[in-house]
Design a binder for this molecule. Sequence first.
Ligand code: ADP
Ligand code: MG
Length: 169
Amino acid sequence: MPNTKTLVLIKPDGLAKSLTGNVLTQLSETHLQIIGSKIIRVSAELAKKHYEMHRSKPFYNDLIDYITGKLHTRHKVMALVYYGENALEKVRDICGDTNPELADPESIRGKYGRILTSGLFENVVHTSDSIESAEREIKLWFEPHEIIFDIYPSEEKVLKSYKKLVWID
Ligand code: ADP
Ligand code: MG
């Protein structure tokens, strides 16, 4: 089996319900490596890029509100990159079916997910569904230096006018 990488997001409901530890513990059963992780406040711009393939779906607006944290008290997401043998399939298996009602009751979504009255599946985690979408999503959520391996080709670029927030001494 080849080594693959996949993006995992612990969505705002996972953070609001203090499920970070439970999700990470369950994912550790895969014996995969975490090669990048961070807590992010998700902008509408990032959310729309991430879910661009769902633009025409009836649940799209709710989905953008969900991932940007508008439905919860914790307006943040934990983003992780998992790497190792068959990572994509292993992580998708442990996360479970998209619909929490159909998900294996021992999967993360089966245990902790729910369907809102609006019909939106509030399913605690996101995970990439193919090698191609993993690459697109990892590059969207992470910069090269935030991942401990060189998983995709990168280059050093001198940026002319570049604004950066720095600590005040
Ligand atoms: P997955 O997250 O399993 O890859 P999709 O990419 O198809 O699933 O959908 C993205 C997210 O949109 C899901 O995780 C879920 O939160 C929501 N969703 C997907 N399908 C539906 C649906 N039929 N009704 C309500 N919400 C949905
Ligand atoms: Mg998907």
